[in-house]
Design a protein around this ligand. Sequence first.
Ligand code: PMP
Ligand code: GLU
Length: 386
Amino acid sequence: MKNYTPPKKLFKIGESATMKAAEKARELRAKGVDVISLDVGEPDFPTPKPIIESAYKALNEGLTKYSQSQGLLELREAISNNLRENFRIEYLPNEIVVTTGAKMGIFYALTALLDEGDEVIIPTPAWPSYFDIAKFVGAVPVQVRTGENFELLPEDIEESITNRTKALLLNYPNNPAGVLYDKRTLENVAEIVERKELWVVSDEIYCRLVYDGEFTPFSKINRMKDRTIIVNGFSKAYSMTGWRLGYICGPKDVVKEILKVQQQTTTHPPTFIQKAAVTALNECESYVRGMVNEFKIRRDIFYNGLRRMGFKIQKPQGAFYFFPNAEDVYSEAEKFSEHLLEKAGVNTTPGSSFGMGYEKHFRISYATSREKIEEAISRMEKFLKT
Ligand code: PMP
Ligand code: GLU
């Protein structure tokens, strides 16, 4: 058999840490091990029925052909209306590109903004794929740690800016810490962004999953719309992870370049899925609210459990994650995630993949049923006692 040596650009990236963690639980379960998954960030709710029915209907009606590469106009109009209604921001359909998941949106945004060797600042802890996607497009991800409670530190961001810095990547509510940034902090960041002439990629995929406080889109902050590319998607708010659908919004000249990349890669996401997403936006608000209410209850149950165990965490305001420091309760903190899986059958994601200096943390995803959460808490408590 011929030896295969991957090209150098592939040496720079690794497997997706979150997908890998989920795979581990799946493998153990296939061997008959009783594992509770608190790993992948995937809502356990079924996709709302009207979305599924809309996809069936679209298939039966022949929406099985190419659509506009930018995405169905009807969907881009629905996105535009949805952003106006929920957040009072204005994006015209020609400032939107429908993408194959938010992940592809991140890839497009970084591809469109960054030249070889350009730096992108990523406040950490952060979703691991940002680092790999940045490297894959030839850029340099620059990690900047957030504060003790994962708050953004504008001064630290400013200090990390060099003459190669092109962009700042924000994500709030945040994966893995669940923090939401307040308007004041965002204004301080915006002031730096403007002064240093940076771009901002704002990953707003958790914007509907907010339990306390208010979400402010970054493009709504003073003069930021011209410098911001919003990345968003249907995976989280509509429980549509497997449908692979997202979108980006941004200034027209950037959108034009992103569209070129889409035309030369995926062409567009499947047409009938785009049609189903119109139903998601126009008819499924009550489902979103129902899921948000349930996530809030789960967050509170888990928060109380974690506090009882001795974790000194703050209550996350959004998304569906906790990012505790195992050092609060466990002497071999760096091995906590591994030991918890081995000894208690509870699978979490190790903190090391979310940025440098987070080796003692671990991520819990509470996008699972209350019963499983109660069981996970009781297993964790028992594990910590022994
Ligand atoms: N951004 C963040 C912060 C995420 O956590 C994820 C994955 N859950 C994504 C983007 C990618 O989502 P999608 O399924 O739409 O590709
Ligand atoms: N982003 C989700 C997570 O953080 C899903 C996995 C992925 O796309 O990386 O678990």
